[in-house]
Design a protein around this ligand. Structure first.
Ligand SMILES: [Zn+2]
Ligand SMILES: [Zn+2]
Length: 72
């Protein structure tokens, strides 16, 4: 089973960077690898650094790894 999570406090959420499409403007979404969803800590919190965009002016948000979800 691929859905065996080590930490049950993590659950898949729709990727906030590509809105679940798996595609970014430049190609495959880096945040979810084209899967359209990412594992995030529950309760899910939008990354305060990039406001859920997964991107900063300098590039991919390092706080959330581009997922748009804060990993707290
Ligand atoms: Zn994505
Ligand atoms: Zn972020």
């Amino acid at each position: 089973m691929l859905n065996t999570y080590i930490d049950t406090e993590y659950a898949p959420e729709k990727c906030s960077l590509c809105s679940g499409t798996g595609n970014a403007e430049s190609g495959v979404c880096e945040a979810c690898g084209g899967q359209g969803n990412v594992l995030v800590a529950q309760p899910a919190i939008i990354c305060p650094l990039c406001s859920g965009t997964g991107n900063l002016e300098t590039g991919t948000c390092r706080a959330c790894g581009g997922s748009g979800w804060a990993l707290l």
